[in-house]
Design a protein around this ligand. Structure first.
Ligand code: SF4
Ligand code: SF4
Length: 387
């Protein structure tokens, strides 16, 4: 990232954090989906019954009014598959009117020429399309519906023809570990503006698959390194980013030699402060539950009972996550703590302590063996909470 751009984002983020507001809120407009992805954080289902208790359009509008009253913020309309919700265009239009820069997170398979045009007309700002492999066999082994790959590619073309910027995102797991770099190359060929990646996190169906699909800390380190190298090769063609900066920002910083660029990245990283869960992001589920992030299976309130602005301001869990001094164990002792602080969801899943060390990191493991800190659980041996 160019220094000027890094400082621009740093200043913008700092302004929002200092005002006590979220930077990005995701609203799961439905839990229905036409695919059956093995890692789905929402445990989305094809049956209509999962839509029975979802927030109504009126409830959604109240949520958006509240969000808009808090100040500058962007809203991600996610699912399930958000395009299965008939009111998606009305929701998008309302969010745009409220200056919430609505982004749509879709699997892309249902995007026709008309859908893409209507999303554009409604004021969608960007569209995030998920792609879990560079070809039909690898993508569909995860998405578990034949034909999904071609439909997704077609959807991407329609979106771009309608003038909507497309972000392509992958969820990293054992099944596609060797397909991440080819998928990044494909995203560049498809002219996506950004390629984004996430680790598979222990949420929804991801929790069931976690034991077999989570990669080891060593594999994660090696892969992030390869992603960095490839992102350098593709510089100017596609930007590579991660929903949460944490470890990725650390790898980026460790590999940046130019001093001006390093300083700018460091300034941005310190402003972001690593894992953003409950600090500058959160998720609202289809039934109004508020969670620290999409991949963090802890409910801290419900917008049906209390305004999001009040939950955001008062939640004890959010307060705990915001104070870096609360983080314990190896992460707290790490030299990269100020720009990473580890994945709080992974710490929660493997160790039962969302303020504990992140067991998915090689550095945390080294610190643990050096200091004899026994508070961290391995993500290879011991199982998840409750097992
Ligand atoms: S030890 Fe924790 S803070 Fe340090 S790099 Fe690893 S996850 Fe991040
Ligand atoms: S807990 Fe933090 S690092 Fe982990 S998935 Fe959520 S935002 Fe990302």
């Amino acid at each position: 990232m160019e220094p000027a751009r890094a400082y621009y984002y740093r200043d913008k983020l700092l302004k929002i954090i200092e005002a006590g507001n979220p930077y990005k809120v995701a609203w799961q407009v439905t839990r229905r989906c036409n695919l059956r992805c093995k890692q789905c954080y929402a445990d989305a289902q094809t049956e209509q019954r999962v839509a029975e208790n979802e927030m109504s359009l009126e409830e959604g509008k109240r949520l958006m009014d509240d969000l808009a009253s808090m100040g500058e913020c962007s809203l991600v309309l996610t699912g399930g598959e958000p395009l299965l919700r008939e009111e998606i265009f009305e929701i998008t239009e309302y969010a745009a009117r409220k200056n919430l820069s609505p982004k749509i997170a879709t699997n892309g398979t249902l995007v026709t020429e008309e859908t893409a045009r209507r999303l554009k007309d409604a004021g969608a700002f960007q569209v995030h399309v998920s792609l879990d492999g560079p070809d039909a066999p690898s993508h569909e082994a995860i998405r578990r519906v034949p034909g999904a790959f071609e439909h997704t590619l077609e959807g991407i073309r329609h979106l771009q023809q309608a003038g909507l910027p497309v972000i392509i995102g992958i969820t990293i797991m054992r099944s596609n570990y060797h397909q991440v770099i080819p998928t990044l190359r494909l995203a560049a060929e498809l002219k996506a503006i950004v390629f984004t990646f996430n680790d598979m996190e222990p949420c929804g169906r991801g929790a069931c698959e976690q034991q077999s699909e989570d990669i080891t800390p060593e594999e994660r380190e090696e892969l992030y390194q390869k992603i960095f190298e490839e992102s350098e090769r593709l510089k100017g063609r596609i930007m590579v980013d991660k929903f949460d900066p944490s470890m990725w920002h650390r790898v980026r910083l460790q590999n940046t030699r130019d001093e001006a660029q390093r300083q700018a990245l460091l300034a941005l990283g310190e402003a972001m402060g690593g894992c953003p869960a409950g600090r500058w992001v959160c998720l609202i589920s289809s039934v109004g539950e508020v969670r620290p992030c999409a991949f963090f299976p802890m409910v801290v309130g419900n917008v049906r009972q209390q305004r999001l602005s009040a939950i955001w301001r008062d939640s004890p869990v959010f307060h705990a996550l915001r104070d870096a001094g609360n983080i314990r164990g190896a992460c707290r002792l790490c030299e990269h703590f100020s720009i990473c602080r580890g994945c709080r969801s992974r710490a929660y899943y493997y160790g039962g302590d969302y303020l504990g060390a992140d067991p998915g990191c090689v550095i945390a493991r080294d610190i643990q063996s050096r200091t004899g800190d026994s508070s961290m659980c391995s993500n290879e041996g011991r199982g998840p909470i409750g097992s």
